[in-house]
Design a protein around this ligand. Structure first.
Ligand code: PMT
Length: 445
C-alpha cells in the first residue's frame, strides 16, 4: 500500500553480505509497493548470498554492484546526490566499521561518504558480534553523526543459534524509512551529543502487583514510550539507565534493570536517585493487594473482594528529596480533562516537567507505536506534540528537558533575561518542588 512519506522518494537500498540479505528482497518489494523509487546496491559480500537479477527485477532500477565497472564513471556521486535516503539492510559489522571509519573502498563505502542524504542502518549479525564493544562504539559514533539505527531483535540466528542480532522486522524497517524521510534530519543531527555528561534514568512498562502466585493486578503499558526516551537520550550522548517491567532492545551501553512491582521499581529508582534527569514513563500501579495469598486462590473459595492498599508514590517521593540540579519528568495518563488533571498532577507530584497523554485517544498511550502529549512545566511553559511516533515524542520531551536545564533554577540569579521574567532578582516558578515554589505563574511559550 502506498505511503505518503515514501511516495516518489528515492531510496538507495544497500545490501551487504550477511545471511539476512535474503530478507532485503522483501524490504525492497515493500518499499516499491509503498511508492518509493528503489535503487538497489549490492556489495561483493551481498552477491555471495543473493542475486543481482532478483534486485534488478524487484527494484525500480537495475542493481548497482561495482564502483568501477558501472557505465557511470562516478556512480557513487550520482547515487549519493540523487538519494533521498540510503538504507543499509542488512548492515554487517564490517560495513558499519568501514562506514564509521570513513573507508570508501567499494561502491557502498564511497556512496555513503558522497551523500548528504539521511542514512538508516539495520544491523544484523551473530549475538557475539553484536555484543562486541567495537560494534557498539561504531554505532554510537554513527548515531552521533545523525545515522538512524533500526535495532536488531532477539531471535533465531544463523547456525540454529538464538540471541540478539537478528535483523529487525520488515515493518519496522519500512516504517523507520518513512519516518526519517518525513523528518527534518538536519535538525535531528544537530542534536547529537546535547546530553553528553548527563546521567539519565528512565522507567518504562507497567508494574504487576501479585494477588496470588499466578495472578496480578497490572496495566497495558508496553514500555515503548519509556524505551524510546532512553534511546533518544543515549543518541544525545547521555549515560542511560532503564528500570523497566518489560524487556526491549536497547543500544549498547544502556543499563537495564528489570523489576515487577511498584516496590521493586521504587528500590531500583532509589538506587539511582542521583541521576541528572529522571523520566518516570512507567505506568506504576496506584494500589496493590494488601496481602498476597501464598496459595493460588481457588474458585471454590468464592472470593468476592481483594482488599487494596496504596503503593509508594515513587515520583512524589523523589521530588521531596531531589538533589539540586536534577530535572524530574513525570507522565500523566488521563482519559478526561487532560490539561486540568495534568496541572493538578504537576503540583501534586512536584515535578519540573509533566507529559500528559490522553490514553483513550486513538493511536495514543498504551501499546501503540505512536503517542500525543501535552507538556507543561514548573515555569508555566506549555507545548503539545500531536500524534507522532513515540521516538518523536521522546525527542520533544528531551528538547524541553534541555531547555529547562538551560534556565537558571528558581531562586537563582538569572544569567540573562528570560521572556516573562523581570530580568533581575529571583526567577519565579510555578512548580511545587518544595524548595523552589514561589507560587507565581510565568508563561514561557
Ligand atoms: O508503555 P507504553 O505502552 O508505550 O505506554 C506509554 C504510557 C501510556 C504508559 C506512558 O506514556 C504514560 O503515560 N506513563 C505514565 C502512566 C501513569 O502511571 O500515569 P499516572 O498518571 O497514573 O502517574 C503519574 C506519574 O506518577 C507517572 O510518571 C508515574 O510513573 C508516577 N507514579 C505513579 C504511581 C506511583 N505509585 N508512583 C509513581 O511514580
Amino acid at each position: 500500500m502506498s505511503n505518503p512519506a515514501l511516495r516518489d522518494s528515492k531510496v538507495v537500498l544497500a545490501v551487504t553480505g550477511g545471511i539476512a540479505a535474503y530478507k532485503a528482497v522483501e524490504v525492497c518489494r515493500r518499499l516499491v509497493d509503498s511508492g518509493a523509487h528503489v535503487i538497489p546496491l549490492l556489495t561483493d559480500g551481498a552477491l555471495r548470498f543473493v542475486g543481482e537479477a532478483t534486485f534488478s527485477a524487484l527494484g525500480s532500477e537495475r542493481a548497482r554492484v561495482s564502483l568501477f565497472e558501472d557505465e557511470d564513471p562516478i556512480a557513487h556521486v550520482t547515487l549519493g546526490r540523487l538519494a533521498d535516503l540510503i538504507l543499509v539492510c542488512p548492515a554487517t559489522a564490517r560495513s558499519l566499521g568501514s562506514y564509521a571509519a570513513g573507508i570508501s573502498d567499494d561502491l557502498l563505502g564511497a556512496t555513503l561518504l558522497a551523500t548528504r542524504a539521511p542514512v538508516v542502518v539495520c544491523p544484523a549479525m551473530h549475538a557475539e558480534m553484536w555484543e562486541h564493544p567495537a560494534v557498539g562504539d561504531n554505532l554510537s559514533l554513527l548515531r552521533s553523526r545523525g545515522v538512524t539505527v533500526v535495532w536488531p531483535e532477539e531471535g533465531r540466528l544463523a547456525g540454529g543459534d538464538f540471541g540478539a542480532g537478528r535483523l529487525a522486522g520488515c515493518d519496522s524497517i519500512v516504517s523507520t524509512v518513512a519516518e526519517v524521510i518525513g523528518a527534518d534530519k538536519s535538525e535531528l543531527r544537530a542534536k547529537g551529543g546535547s546530553m553528553a555528561g548527563l546521567r539519565v534514568l528512565v522507567t518504562a512498562g507497567g508494574t504487576r502487583e501479585p494477588v496470588d502466585p499466578v495472578r496480578y493486578l497490572g496495566n497495558r503499558s508496553s514500555g515503548k514510550q519509556g524505551y524510546a526516551i532512553a534511546e533518544s537520550a543515549w543518541a544525545r550522548g547521555a549515560e542511560v539507565s532503564v528500570v523497566a517491567t518489560t524487556s526491549r532492545p536497547v543500544p549498547p551501553g544502556v543499563e537495564v534493570e528489570l523489576v515487577e512491582t511498584a516496590e521493586e521499581m521504587r528500590q531500583a529508582v532509589q538506587r539511582r536517585r542521583d541521576a541528572d534527569v529522571v523520566v518516570m514513563a512507567a505506568a506504576v500501579a496506584d494500589f496493590r493487594p494488601s496481602r498476597m495469598s501464598a496459595e493460588k486462590i481457588k474458585r471454590s473459595g468464592k472470593p468476592t473482594t481483594i482488599p487494596l492498599e496504596p503503593t509508594p508514590d515513587i515520583l512524589a517521593e523523589l521530588a521531596k528529596t531531589s538533589p539540586r540540579g536534577q530535572t524530574l519528568v513525570g507522565f500523566a495518563a488521563e482519559t478526561q480533562d487532560l490539561l486540568g488533571n495534568a496541572e493538578a498532577k504537576l503540583r501534586s507530584k512536584g515535578v519540573d516537567l509533566l507529559a500528559a497523554n490522553d490514553v483513550s485517544a486513538p493511536g495514543a498511550g498504551f501499546g501503540h507505536d505512536t503517542n500525543a502529549v501535552v507538556m507543561i512545566d514548573s515555569r508555566g511553559g506549555r507545548a503539545s506534540v500531536p500524534l507522532s511516533s513515540k521516538a518523536r515524542v521522546a525527542e520533544e520531551i528531551l528538547d524541553r528537558v534541555l531547555a529547562l536545564r538551560s534556565q537558571p533554577e528558581c531562586g537563582e540569579e538569572p544569567s540573562n533575561t528570560l521572556e516573562g521574567s523581570d530580568g533581575g532578582g529571583r526567577l519565579p516558578c510555578v512548580g511545587t518542588r518544595p524548595d523552589r515554589d514561589l507560587n507565581l505563574l510565568v508563561s514561557h511559550p
